[in-house]
Write a protein that binds this ligand. Structure first.
Ligand code: AMP
Ligand code: MG
Length: 395
């Protein structure tokens, strides 16, 4: 058995190469810019302008009474000069007229017969936004990664309509099992609904990948091989569920072995011990266990960081916090347990309570959980009152 950490390192070491694509800014939120810094092509703002509605003046003329020599509105290209003894009306964002070195807000001015009375002195530069005070042309601009609304605003303010981002890795999702029926259809005897396909599609999208849903496949070796071949040709990464155990109807492992190369790993984690990892035609295939909790927790711990690594994002992108388990929960001492827990903040810190049954077929508890509490290898149980690292599953 290998540890979760080792499994993650091995997967990351063989990760698919990243591609890039060019997107319109409006479609780039949450995407990873490539590169993550750009050189500003222009000054922002491109000209000195007024930060207030008021009067552009020469500071040396004040306090005093000035003749109003014209107006500079936002968007104006031609401006009246502010000659000594005059002021020019300005609106917020209007270019600072030549000759002016300060702006007096309208609230501090009294207009009488084409003249303006300003009672107080002003400092040079008052309410003036200098050229490039946000960004200078030629400056290196670090972009937030993934891109935020503010980051997109910065790009737009620089006049850029598009941005190059890392393409989402295409992840084929292939569920296997003769018993699986698509949700929405009537269940025949002995059948269950396929929970893994929609759940894994959602998990992959949440991690930043582009899920490519494959038609479900039954427990027929030839059909499994054909489905895997198609999936590997379609995608940067293939994630399957089911069919990786030792049962007579588990064909995913054999198919990977025959079509490419198989590394079978037993991971020292609970839920989710068996994992078939391999490669078909150069595409990494991750064969998750079929039990829905196992499939999703292993995906969370291994597929999510892998997708993030392809995107150039670090770690799992989850918050980790110490939480006190409030109830004893038994486990296999040889494996790390990822308990599905509800978190509650108390005066003493975070309290963790099992969010429901901890069997790998009890998906409701995972849906109810705020986090995965990790009881390390070596411990026979999660002990009531002990503090454990807990990975938060919610934003
Ligand atoms: P397997 O790994 O194929 O032996 O499946 C283990 C358990 O998970 C069995 O009880 C399956 O019925 C169940 N299972 C497998 N795939 C799915 C799926 N896509 N949705 C819901 N349950 C599944
Ligand atoms: Mg099966």
């Amino acid at each position: 058995m290998i540890s979760v950490e080792e499994a993650r390192e091995r997967l990351l070491a063989a990760r698919p190469a990243a591609r890039t694509e060019v997107l319109a800014l409006v479609n780039a939120r949450g995407r990873v810019p490539s590169p993550t810094a750009i050189t500003a092509p222009v000054d922002v703002p491109p000209f000195a302008n007024s930060a207030m509605d008021g009067f552009a003046v020469r500071a040396a003329d004040l306090p005093g009474r000035l003749r109003i020599g014209g107006e500079s509105a936002a968007g104006a290209a031609r401006l009246p000069d502010v000659v000594p003894g005059t002021a020019v009306r300005v609106s917020t964002g209007a270019p600072l007229p030549p000759g002016a070195d300060a702006v007096v807000p309208i609230e501090q001015a009294t207009v009488i017969d084409g003249e303006v009375e300003i009672a107080a002195a002003v400092q040079t530069g008052n309410h003036v936004r200098d050229t490039g005070h946000d960004t200078r042309a030629g400056e290196r601009v670090e972009l937030p990664s993934p891109l935020t609304p503010a980051g997109i605003g910065v790009l737009a303010s620089l006049g850029l309509a598009e941005i190059t981002v890392v393409a989402r890795p295409r992840v084929a999702v292939l569920s296997s099992g003769e018993e699986l029926t698509p949700p929405g259809e009537t269940l025949a005897a002995g059948r269950i609904y396929d929970a893994n396909t929609p759940a894994l599609v959602a998990a992959i999208a949440e991690a930043g990948g582009e899920p490519v849903e494959q038609p479900r496949v039954g427990d027929d070796p030839a059909a499994v091989a054909a489905a895997l071949t198609t999936a590997a040709e379609t995608a940067d990464l293939v994630v399957t569920s089911g069919g990786v155990s030792v049962g007579a109807h588990d064909h995913i492992r054999d198919a990977i072995r025959r079509l490419g190369r198989l590394d079978f790993w037993r991971i020292a984690m609970q839920p989710g011990k068996p994992l078939a990892v391999g490669e078909i035609g150069g595409t990494t295939v991750i064969g998750l266990p079929g039990n829905p909790v196992s499939a999703l927790v292993v995906s969370e711990l291994l597929v999510r960081p892998l997708i993030r690594a392809v995107l150039g994002l670090p770690g799992d992108g989850r918050a980790h916090l110490p939480a006190v388990l409030d109830e004893e929960v038994g486990k296999d001492p040889e494996r790390a347990a990822y308990l599905r827990v509800a978190l509650r903040q108390t005066d003493a810190g975070w309290n963790a309570h099992p969010a429901g049954g901890q069997l790998s077929s009890q998906l409701r508890a995972l849906a109810a959980a705020d986090g995965l509490l990790v009881v390390p290898i070596g411990e026979p149980a999660g002990r009531a009152g002990a503090t454990y690292d807990t990975m938060v599953l919610r934003d």
